[in-house]
Design a protein around this ligand. Structure first.
Ligand code: FAD
Length: 564
């Protein structure tokens, strides 16, 4: 059947649990009762995470309507798209971070710097751990009850279980990672300048390997190339012939989620710039001395000595989420599955958004197939073109987000398949047979499930959920659920992702952009577009000013190469 938002309303209106604090275990203590508002009639919303999803939810939530708690081991927000620029000192780390206490100062919300280590859906409480350097003995852990839990803890780097990656590679997920990389690069150049090293040792130290040809790996390689060629080679001219940057990609192309024109341009540009792109290579193992690849086509194994490896091959689930998924029977999923209203299935009052979650769209696809089957019933497994159009209209009414997927470039492929199916039938009747249709639908299914793990998705989900929470709290339960359509469907539309395009900075003041409507732009002017978009997207005037100042400073004086 059709899931209704009335369920959500009733869930949200149920169960009021006080922030009383529950003792559980030796190191557990109740949250300080002086901070609690046990008599507050407001529902308790606990937000896990201070990243894109959590902060977008918080910023848009009317915090007067709820008793809001934020829990995160990080007391700041990071503007992740500029992290690659921090690794080479194009912008400074503090220019892209905003303290949470500044964000919540005008909100009625409390922040707790701690990590959630357990979610108990039966007791409706979470267990948190103080992971800072300063802790009270025996008081490291505490519990927090919730009415609604918003899980936005992001993800960790995926190593695919490759041996040695954890021990010897750098990741690029957080500000500390970026600062470590920056220090390591300069360290390699300084050590390589010591007089007693052989040229082989110098070459090893200055061999930088980037694993993963996605947007982060490509952007980091481009930034590193700029740092080396615009700044470091002027300061270390004697090392000119020893520096090598290698980008390793297991797929057939780099930037393979982008338009083909962009990935081709990037590959050509890197080859002109001298960034070695190794396509179709899988990393088998990393040791303290070498990284071992296997070329997919020849099967040949190659050991390459390295000075630094940056590993950027996608994301994986955090341990707390993996435990939670086991608890609720989702261990077979890759990430936490939610429905289109971002509710975690079978967990009352629990929502998940951002990189730690994935909207399970299978239901939509099943429903679409059902509608088609209904239309097809009297027609001996064939739909006429008119019925197809009519049925598609029905689908659009029920699922407005389908249109947005249709706009997306991948969806165009699906439409093509549908067209083909439509044309493959009897031309006179322009019929669509269901076999072709179900092939197309299974493609829709896989496309819808893999909504990209990006800041764009996370931020839009946060805004959507906050607006839903605001709406629900502002409508008294006595008013009953509002029905927007005669037959009583949802009170809210399901979450609907709007793809606004994506950028790939490619170094040398050039960038590529893929914008809605299949519009591709590449070159210097795109880089200026990139500057203006990222300046405007900053979360505060303070970070905006700092980032623009850093860019100007870099244009005038170059990057700072001191190792702090
Ligand atoms: P995050 O932003 O990672 O936030 C997770 C939060 O949860 C953090 O505050 C963390 O401290 C907290 N947390 C972790 N564990 C716990 C716990 N146990 N308890 C409580 N809190 C916890 N996307 C784009 O759209 N465009 C880009 O250009 C782009 N560039 C990127 C560049 C880099 C280098 C990286 C790493 C990512 C980039 N992304 C980009 C992707 C984007 O950053 C992520 O998709 C986005 O951060 C996801 O948001 P999130 O809120 O789910 O997770």
């Amino acid at each position: 059947g059709w899931s209704t938002f009335d369920n959500l309303t009733s869930l949200i209106m149920q169960n009021f649990v006080d922030y009383g604090g529950i003792n559980a275990g030796q190191d557990h203590v109740a949250a300080d009762s002086t901070q609690e508002s046990s008599s507050s009639p407001k529902k308790k919303v606990v937000i896990l995470g201070t990243g894109w999803a959590g902060m977008s939810f918080l910023k848009n939530l009317d915090s007067k309507l709820y008793d809001v708690r934020i829990v995160s081991p990080r007391n700041y927000f990071v503007f992740t798209p500029l992290l690659p620029s921090v690794t080479v000192g194009t912008v400074e780390a503090r220019s892209i971070t905003e303290p949470i206490r500044r964000i919540i100062r005008k909100k009625e919300a409390q922040f707790h710097e701690a990590e959630c280590i357990k979610i108990d859906v039966d007791k409706k409480q979470i267990t948190c751990k103080d992971v800072s350097d300063i802790t009270f003995k025996g008081k490291e852990e505490f519990d927090l009850p919730y009415d609604y839990l918003v899980i936005a803890v992001g993800a960790t780097s995926n190593t695919f279980g490759t041996k040695g990656v954890m021990e010897y590679c750098h990741f690029l997920k957080d500000i500390e990672d970026a600062e470590r990389i920056r220090e390591h690069i300069i360290n390699c150049f300084e050590t390589a300048s010591l007089p007693h090293l052989s040229s082989e040792e110098r070459r090893k130290l200055l061999n930088f390997v980037v694993v993963g040809g996605g947007p982060t790996g490509v952007e980091f390689s481009a930034e590193l190339h700029d740092l080396v060629h615009e700044d470091l080679l002027c300061l270390y001219p004697h090392l000119k012939d020893n520096v090598k940057i290698t980008l390793v990609q297991s797929g057939d192309h780099i930037l393979n989620t982008f338009d083909r024109r962009i990935s081709q341009f990037a590959e050509k540009k890197f080859s002109r710039d001298g960034v070695h792109v190794k396509i179709g290579c899988r990393v088998l193992e990393v040791t303290d001395e070498v990284i071992r690849f296997k070329a997919k086509d020849t099967g040949k194994l190659v050991d390459v000595p390295y000075g630094m490896i940056v590993w950027s091959t996608g994301i994986s689930t955090r341990p707390v989420i993996a435990d939670f998924m086991k608890q609720i029977g989702q261990e077979k999923h890759r990430v936490l599955a939610t429905d289109e209203w971002l509710r975690v299935k079978n967990c009352e009052g629990v929502y998940a958004l951002g990189d730690c979650a994935s909207v399970e769209q299978r239901k939509i696809v099943e429903d679409i197939a059902y509608i088609f089957k209904q239309a097809d019933k009297d027609n001996n497994s064939l739909l006429s073109a008119a019925e197809f159009v009519e049925t598609m209209e029905e689908v659009r009414l029920r699922y407005p987000q389908i249109d947005l997927y249709m706009d997306h470039k991948h969806m165009k492929g699906v439409i093509g398949l549908l067209d083909e199916a439509l044309n493959s039938g009897d031309q006179d009747n322009a019929q669509l047979d269901l076999e072709h249709f179900s092939a197309a639908m299974s493609k829709v299914d896989s496309l819808m499930k893999c909504m990209p793990a990006t800041a764009q998705v996370a931020a839009q989900q946060g805004t959507y959920l906050a607006h839903s929470f605001n709406h629900i709290a502002r409508h008294k339960p006595a008013e009953g659920p509002k029905r927007i359509r005669a037959e009583g469907r949802h009170r809210f539309n399901p979450f609907c992702y709007r793809h606004l395009g994506q950028f790939a900075p490619l170094g040398g003041e050039q960038a590529a952009a893929e914008l809605p409507g299949d519009w591709v732009s590449i070159g210097r002017s795109t880089m200026w577009l990139w500057y203006s978009v990222y300046a405007s997207k900053q979360v505060s005037w303070r970070t905006r000013a700092l980032v623009m100042f850093d860019w100007t400073k870099r244009f005038v004086f170059g990057r700072d190469s001191s190792r702090m």
